[in-house]
Design a protein around this ligand. Structure first.
Ligand code: IFM
Length: 437
């Protein structure tokens, strides 16, 4: 790595992230069924119909995984709590084993000097709630706040930070408009409802956690740089629309009390009745914002229905996901969010990393270069005055990459999915040296 820890301000936090369904093994410990289990069991949705029943078996191997995180020299560990593990039916009965698991997990982080950075929901909706419409149902905001209370009554006393929902865009758009994630819908009304309710859910969970006395509460949004394919007004408008529903919609709700007008142009006819009355609730004061960033998209216009655009092949080198490598986008978003939305609020890069067709014994140079270039973009943003307080690598372990199954490897640590053996990659060792320096 070109960078070293001492390039960053005193107290800057380096961490690595994972999420519950992607690593824990939902077949263990009394977890309820999630909509990812049923989505994966439906032919055609997930590569080889792979699911998260075993995943990395983190449920039984978390001590070893946290040893690896600590030995790398990380300051913190970003994890998520599974709603279905804690409340198998989504409401009502609590699974004591699930609560005990998170209790042990958090203690194990603290024993190793890792600050717990929690996310309450990273997509494993209990099926009983999916049956009731999931994120399309306005009541989900209250169900989610109840879950927030149950889990944080148990572990909230030991959190460094908490965010309610990982990547609202994925919960709203990717899952209800593009159908790539559970519940696999392709419907604009479902999308508009889910995009709004993910924010009312966020807000009610923040209120519930404040009522418990928790501090350092934030939100984690994902961002993609939207590159028009050329400079024609049509391409510029198409890219702007993409930027609107991807990057500006959730920030508008969280920080400006309003959704962007160019997104409402498409979504307003489909929004839930009375949505405007929720905007004050959605704007709950936050203590920080997390940005997940990986890539840019090249966008061109089409003559179809709103949003009237196509994703086009870009010219830049790509990761195993087919995502263009564009570190300039991270610098752009850090400075843009700071200037236009969050002001003095601390920002965190809460996810960044790449998947690669790793084989053990390879030198892992692509991931090292990817991480180095993105950390350099973050460093530049700090020099430009952005109050960036931490950087989180995705991911500690190779894991379940949702509809793409176990094939896409994002880990700093290789996982053999037959033996479940963990082996640190060269990028793990390179980061470890950079963090010690
Ligand atoms: O694996 C995902 C994670 O669950 C959310 N952010 C992006 C990662 C890579 O696709």
């Amino acid at each position: 790595m070109e960078f070293k820890r001492s390039d960053f301000p005193e107290g800057f936090l380096f961490s690595a992230a994972t999420s519950s369904y992607q690593i824990e093994g939902h077949g263990f410990g009394g977890a309820g069924k999630t909509h990812w289990d049923t989505f994966a069991a439906t032919p055609g949705n997930v590569v080889r119909a792979e699911h998260g029943q075993i995943a990395c078996d983190h449920y039984h191997r978390f001590e070893e995984d946290l040893d690896l995180a600590a030995a790398m020299g990380l300051d913190a560990y970003r994890f998520s709590t599974s709603w279905a593990r804690v409340m198998p039916e989504g409401r009502g009965a609590v699974n004591a084993e699930g609560l005990d698991f998170y209790d042990r997990l958090v203690d194990a982080m603290l024993e190793r000097g890792l600050k717990p950075q929690a996310t309450l929901y990273h997509w494993e909706l209990p099926v009983a709630l999916a049956d009731l419409g999931g994120w399309r149902n306005p009541d989900i905001a209250h169900w989610f706040a109840d879950f927030a209370t149950v889990i944080m009554e148990r572990i909230g006393d030991r959190m460094f930070s908490v965010a309610p929902i990982n990547e609202p865009w994925c919960v709203g758009w990717l899952s209800h408009f593009e159908g790539h994630h559970a519940p696999g819908l392709r419907d604009i009304r479902a999308t508009a409802h889910a995009m709004h309710h993910v924010l009312t859910g966020h807000a009610r969970a923040i209120q519930a956690m404040r009522a418990l006395g928790l501090g350092n509460l934030g939100a984690v949004c994902n961002f993609e740089f939207s590159q028009p394919v050329d400079d024609t007004p049509e391409a510029v408008k198409a890219a702007r629309t993409y930027d609107g529903y991807y990057n500006r919609f959730f920030l508008g709700g969280l920080f400006k009390g309003a959704y962007p007008s160019d997104v409402l142009e498409g979504l307003e006819p489909h929004m839930p009745k009375g949505w405007q009355d929720d905007m004050a609730l959605i704007g709950q004061p936050l203590d920080w914002l997390g940005l997940n960033y990986y890539t840019r998209k090249v966008i061109g216009p089409n003559t179809g229905a709103w949003p009237s655009h196509d994703y086009l092949e870009g010219p830049l080198p790509k990761t195993q996901m087919g995502w263009e490598i564009y570190p300039e986008g991270l610098h752009y978003f850090l400075t843009w969010v700071h200037e236009h939305y969050t002001g003095d609020l601390p920002l965190f890069v809460t996810e960044n990393g790449m998947s690669n067709a790793d084989r053990l014994g390879r030198d892992d140079v692509e991931r090292i270069a990817y991480l180095d270039s993105h950390v350099a973009a973050a460093k530049l943003a700090i020099a430009d005055g952005v109050p960036l307080a931490g950087y989180t690598f995705w991911s500690l372990l190779d894991n379940y990459e949702w509809a793409l199954g176990y094939e896409k490897r994002f880990g700093l640590v290789h996982v053999d999915f037959d033996t479940l053996e963990r082996t640190p990659k060269a990028s793990y060792h390179a980061l470890s040296r950079a963090l010690a320096a």
